[in-house]
Each structure stands twice: as structure tokens, then as C-alpha cells.
Design a binder for this molecule. Structure first.
Ligand SMILES: [Zn+2]
Length: 488
């Protein structure tokens, strides 16, 4: 009995101890949970606060500058909203758009070349394209642009179908144009000469307009032949391949004595060739009060204006040939006179003007230094003249291979192959193109040179030999009403 009581006592004292322990541990758990909740709340508040602070940091300065409303950077927010994948896709889209535009622009640039019939150049331009995926042939838009250009090129005809050989092409020529008729035709002693050998700006424009409407297209004399390599390594001239739309007619144009000689001063002509603010060659004229004005006063500037309005009048940017003597300098600059105060400066200017002319599609030619008859000139004078032109003029113009005979008189009277010592001398100087004058076009295409005659389109041709121009013009629409009647 005692033992049982004792056990019972023992039991009950053990229960009390267990109860106390249980209560203690429950209290402890409550405290821990509370602590965890507090920590979570604290961390949460800190995170929310620091996030808020970060977002609004950028606006603090704006707020400081008394901005009434905080400015929100929408773009940043938008980008924040995009996932990295979305952002990448967006940038990729922008890149594709940019590259598509780049290819469209390339096609547009290439198509501009075709206005001047340069289909090969246009095709080459597109074929040179390199994109991120590879060459032009991995881009369907470029491939189809090339297919279109090839189809257009295939529709062209050799010499426009108008001729079977370049020997049938016209080569027309002019002297300085009369820009002020009242001064040139003022009745003084040189009025007759101007009436015979010059063309007015009005007539020149009428002629170009008429030729353009008839399908004529300007080509370079260097386009009408090409030097083909032979099996033995030598070269020989063969007809050039000029492809034009059906009905177009290639022709060459030249201007003699582009020197603006002293005798023309005050007679209504341009005074020199200058470079305009765009780097293009143009012409300058001296007014009565001594001031100068730039404008369309001679072949270079009038033809350039016309081609700007009618770019399809020029094959691959061709212009005309300018033939230059040396006895009064070149292009309106007195580079023949070492005592001139502007001698050195003028030489530098002529170099720049000559380069600007070449860059603009013009070709340059020799018209001899002293404007002598090359057939009657003695061999020693002939050589001295050629040497002097090379030394004083070609040194400024750069290499020239076209010779335009003064008075249109060839150094040989033969109609066969050139064989004279004079020819040998000019050949050694690098001349390959020889141009005389005739009423009808004719051309000799030899292995080592080209001989091409030219038709004058001056007052004498219009007033004295109108029948010779019948195939080219209706002269009633060409002749300047201010030109005097035939007075020689
Ligand atoms: Zn001349």
C-alpha cells in the first residue's frame, strides 16, 4: 500500500514536471514564431523601402529643380517590363529593318546609274554588297533587282540599232559660245569672224534640245573604241560596245580653242573656266564694271545645265572634248607668261580646273601650242610646237591622247594609213585620237590610232551651207534671231 501511494506520488510529481516542461516549450515556440514574423516584417519593409528609394533616386534632382511633377522615364520602364528574350527580339527586328532599308537604298543608287545607261555599273554595284548573312546572292531582293537590270540590259541594242559601226557616228564641234549677242555683233571689225565661226548660247541650247529629242546621246571618244589585247601581247583598237535603247544615236561633241583669247575681251564671251562651290566646273564672265559673274556662258556650263535637266542625254556621264592651245595659256589663265604676278597661282588653278573637268566627264585635247597649220609646218617647227605644248600645257592638264588639228587641217593628206615622220613624233608623245574637219562624218579605225572628222555647227555652216545640216536640224528652229545675215 505504501509503495503504491509512494508510486502514485512519484507518478503525480513526474506529471507535474512534464506539464511544466511542456508549457515552457510552448512559450518558447511562441516567442520564436513571433521573432520570425518580426524579422520577416522588418526585412520586407526594408526591401520595399530600398526598392522605392532606388526607383525614385533618378527623380530627386528633377524634384530639386522645382519640377512640379516627378518625371517618369517611360522607355526605361518599358524595357524593364521586357524580358531579355523580348528585348533581344526587339533589337533583332530593328536590325532587320535597318538592313532592309540599306538594301533598298543600294538598289535605288544602282538604278540611278541606269539613267546614263550604265547597267553593268549598276549590276556591279549590287554584286559588291556584303551583308551579315553573306553576299548579294543570299538576299532575294538583291537577286531579283539584278535579274530586272539584266532583263533591261538585254533589251538594249548595240549603238541603239541606229548604226552598225562607230565609223558612222557624228562628231560635232563648236568654238566659244557668244553669251552676249549685242557685244559680239556690234558691227566692229571682228563681227564677221564671230558671225562665221561662232555659235550663240541660244543656238547651242536649241541644237542640244533638238538632238536630244531626236535620240542623240553624248558619248566619250574613248567609249567608241577600246584597246583589245592580242595574242602576241600587243594591243589594237576595236569598236567599243555601246548599248543603248532602240533609236538612240551616239555622238561626240568637242570645243576648240578653250583658251579665252585676249582678242575676245569685251565681246560678250566667257573669260575663263572656274570651279563652283560644289566642285563642278563652270564659266565666269567679266561685266562692264569689271566685276565677274558665274553662269551658263559657254559650252561647259550650258551643256552641264542641259544634262542636269536631261541626264539620259549622257552615256555614263560623258560630256565633250575641250581642245586647248598654249600661246595664251589655258582655260582662260595666262600660264604662258612667267612675268605675270599670278603665274604660279594660275598654274595651280589650271591643274585643279583640269582635274575638275575630267572628274565631271569632260575629255581634254591638244590643239597644238601655236595654232599652226600642221601640214605646211616644217618638221623642226612641228616638233618644237609639240614639245612646247607638252612642257607648258600638258604638264598642267595631265596626260592627253587626243589631237585636234588647228583649222581642221590634218598633218597628212593621205587617206590611207598614216606614215609620216610627223605621225611618228605625235605617236611617241602618246597621241592616239586625231580629229580633223569634214562636212560629213567619217572615221578610220586603225590598230594603233583613230582618225575621226568633225562637223562644224557654226554660223558659216548654218548660213552658207545649210543643206549640210539638213540631216541634223530644221535650222528655222535653231538660228538665233539676233544673228546678222551672211556678211562675208
Ligand atoms: Zn582652233
Amino acid at each position: 500500500m505504501e509503495k503504491r501511494k509512494e508510486r502514485k506520488n512519484n507518478q503525480s510529481s513526474g506529471n507535474i514536471q512534464a506539464n511544466i516542461n511542456r508549457r515552457k516549450s510552448r512559450k518558447l515556440r511562441g516567442i520564436i514564431v513571433l521573432e520570425i514574423v518580426l524579422i520577416v516584417i522588418l526585412i520586407g519593409s526594408f526591401l520595399i523601402y530600398s526598392n522605392f528609394k532606388n526607383r525614385h533616386n533618378g527623380n530627386d534632382k528633377i524634384t530639386d529643380q522645382n519640377s512640379p511633377t516627378p518625371v517618369v522615364d517611360n522607355k526605361d520602364n518599358e524595357e524593364e517590363k521586357l524580358s531579355p528574350e523580348e528585348l533581344e527580339a526587339k533589337l533583332e527586328q530593328e536590325r532587320i529593318k535597318r538592313e532592309n532599308e540599306e538594301r533598298e537604298n543600294l538598289i535605288a543608287e544602282a538604278e540611278k546609274l541606269t539613267i546614263g545607261y550604265d547597267y553593268d555599273g549598276a549590276i556591279e554595284m549590287i554584286k559588291a554588297y556584303q551583308g551579315p548573312e553573306g553576299g548579294y546572292d543570299v538576299y532575294p531582293v538583291l537577286k531579283s533587282a539584278i535579274d530586272k537590270l539584266i532583263a533591261q540590259k538585254d533589251a538594249l541594242l548595240l549603238y541603239g540599232g541606229s548604226y552598225t559601226s562607230p565609223t558612222q557616228f557624228n562628231h560635232v564641234f563648236f568654238h566659244s559660245l557668244i553669251a552676249d549677242n549685242s557685244k559680239a555683233f556690234d558691227g566692229d571689225y571682228d563681227t564677221v569672224g564671230y558671225n562665221m565661226y561662232m555659235t550663240t548660247v541660244t543656238e547651242f541650247k536649241n541644237m542640244m534640245e533638238s538632238m536630244y529629242n531626236d535620240g542623240y546621246v553624248l558619248v566619250r571618244i574613248h567609249d567608241i573604241v577600246k584597246e583589245a589585247m592580242q595574242e602576241d601581247g600587243s594591243t589594237k583598237f576595236v569598236p567599243g560596245e555601246i548599248y543603248l535603247p532602240e533609236g538612240k544615236k551616239p555622238f561626240v561633241l568637242s570645243q576648240d580653242d578653250v583658251n579665252y583669247y585676249d582678242y575676245m575681251d569685251g565681246d560678250g564671251f566667257a573669260s575663263r573656266i572656274v570651279i563652283d562651290e560644289n566642285g563642278k566646273p563652270t564659266t565666269e564672265m567679266i561685266l562692264d564694271d569689271g566685276s565677274t559673274v558665274v553662269g551658263p556662258f559657254d559650252v561647259v556650263s550650258v551643256l552641264n545645265e542641259f544634262i542636269e535637266e536631261h541626264p539620259d542625254f549622257s552615256y555614263k556621264g560623258a560630256k565633250g572634248i575641250l581642245a586647248i592651245t598654249g600661246y595664251e595659256g589655258a582655260l582662260g589663265y595666262r600660264t604662258d607668261d612667267p612675268s605675270s604676278p599670278t603665274y604660279e597661282q594660275d598654274k595651280e588653278t589650271v591643274k585643279k580646273v583640269a582635274q575638275a573637268l575630267r572628274d565631271d566627264g569632260w575629255e581634254l585635247a591638244s590643239h597644238t601650242w601655236g595654232h599652226r597649220n600642221m601640214q605646211t609646218n616644217s618638221m623642226s617647227l612641228f616638233k618644237a610646237d609639240a614639245d612646247r605644248w607638252e612642257e607648258e600645257v600638258e604638264s598642267l592638264l595631265g596626260p592627253v591622247d587626243i589631237m585636234i588639228f588647228p583649222y581642221g587641217v590634218d598633218f597628212e593628206s593621205t587617206m590611207g594609213h598614216y606614215k609620216s615622220e610627223k605621225y611618228q613624233y605625235l605617236k611617241e608623245k602618246g597621241f592616239k585620237f586625231y580629229c580633223g574637219v569634214d562636212s560629213k562624218p567619217w572615221m578610220h579605225l586603225k590598230d594603233e590610232y583613230v582618225r575621226m572628222t568633225r562637223r562644224p555647227l557654226d554660223g558659216q555652216a548654218m548660213l552658207e551651207f545649210p543643206k549640210r545640216l539638213e540631216d541634223l536640224f530644221d535650222l528655222s528652229t535653231i538660228i538665233d534671231p539676233e544673228r546678222p545675215a551672211k556678211n562675208w
